[in-house]
Design a protein around this ligand. Structure first.
Ligand code: FES
Length: 327
């Protein structure tokens, strides 16, 4: 089990109407566990229904000393308010105050930065900028080529622009949809990537899917593209409720349109394995005995998806009215 820490909120500041930045420290001033660029912490949040849950937030660092995050004095995170989420981000925005204690788990890194030769291209969408900011600082610390494309709806809603401008100068390209009249041009961005550069993308699903589709179409090798999905909401327009049956126990539950199978099982007292809850890690892979799957993950291959024998229950859903799972 991962160790937990109690940290004090020493600063809570609204960067814009959607994003709140928090700085966390140990009460005794001791150094916190180190982390590498791309790492996140899990933070315990209180939900409106009185239950506790965990949310992931990437750790943000702009310092370019090579050892800046080896034994940091504080953690910095930023939280985007999700009006239609389950209440975790509203807790972080509306209830948590400076001086409060937060329970967190020590940092973990599912989005590691590959150091060494070659350039690094960072593609950030909205709050997805947080892990990429730490990667930019790390590559600067190594004197390695790095540039960032940072996209958002409008500059007013894009966090950390001053810090990123100071860190990256000309190597930061800012794209505000409202000013540009449309979304970031992924093809133009890829046209500019020298062979050998690695690309890291973090943002909403639509951005991730576009970058993955375009790099695949261009024949980029798999290990040149690294990604992390930035969402806590798995709902898509048109999602319907459906029934899941657990073949081993015979239990049946209705999965509401706005809930994942995983969360539904947890709510009913089951104990499924999971980690990322974003369809990226593969921990929640579950065998499916009956029913058509609406695959939404980044774990299974196209062949596995077509065969329809397994699914990621944290994010994928049913196309029809019912799924039978082999659990
Ligand atoms: S929990 Fe990571 S893929 Fe489902």
């Amino acid at each position: 089990m991962t160790a937990t820490l109690q940290l004090r909120v020493v600063e809570a500041r609204e960067l814009n109407p959607l994003i709140r930045m928090l700085r966390l420290k140990a009460d005794d001033g001791s150094a916190l566990p180190g982390y590498a660029a791309g790492a996140h912490i899990r933070v315990q949040v209180a939900l409106p229904d009185g239950t506790q849950d965990w949310r992931h937030y990437s750790l943000i660092n702009f310092a370019t000393a090579r050892n800046a995050t080896n034994a940091p004095a504080e953690y910095r995170i930023a939280v985007r308010k999700e009006a239609d989420g389950r209440g975790g981000s509203r807790f972080m925005h509306e209830q948590l105050k400076e001086g409060d204690l937060l329970t967190i788990e020590a940092p973990k890194n599912d989005f590691p930065l590959h150091t060494g030769p070659g350039g690094t291209v960072l593609v950030a969408g909205g709050i997805g900028v947080t892990p990429l900011a730490s990667m930019a600082a790390r590559r600067r610390a190594e004197d390695a080529p790095v540039r960032m494309h940072y996209a958002g709806r409008s500059q007013e809603l894009m966090a950390f622009l001053p810090e990123l401008r100071a860190l990256l100068g000309e190597d930061l390209r800012v794209h505000a949809d409202a000013e540009a009249g449309g979304p970031l041009d992924i093809d133009a961005l890829l046209d500019d990537c020298p062979a050998g550069d690695r690309l890291y993308v973090c943002g909403p699903k639509v951005m991730l899917d576009a970058v993955l589709a375009r790099t695949q179409a261009r024949g980029w090798e798999h290990d040149r593209v690294h990604f992390e999905l930035f969402t806590t909401s798995v709902a898509e327009e048109g999602d319907q409720a459906f029934e899941v049956e657990l073949a081993q126990s015979g239990q049946r539950f209705t999965v509401p349109a706005d809930q994942s199978i995983l969360d539904c099982l947890i709510e009913h007292g089951c104990d499924p394995m999971f980690d990322c809850k974003r369809g990226e890690c593969g921990v929640c892979t579950t065998a499916v005995l009956e029913g058509e799957i609406d695959h939404r993950d980044y774990v299974l291959s196209a062949r596995e998806k077509a065969e329809g024998n397994v699914m990621q229950i944290c994010i994928s859903r049913a196309k029809g009215p019912r799924l039978v799972l082999d659990i």
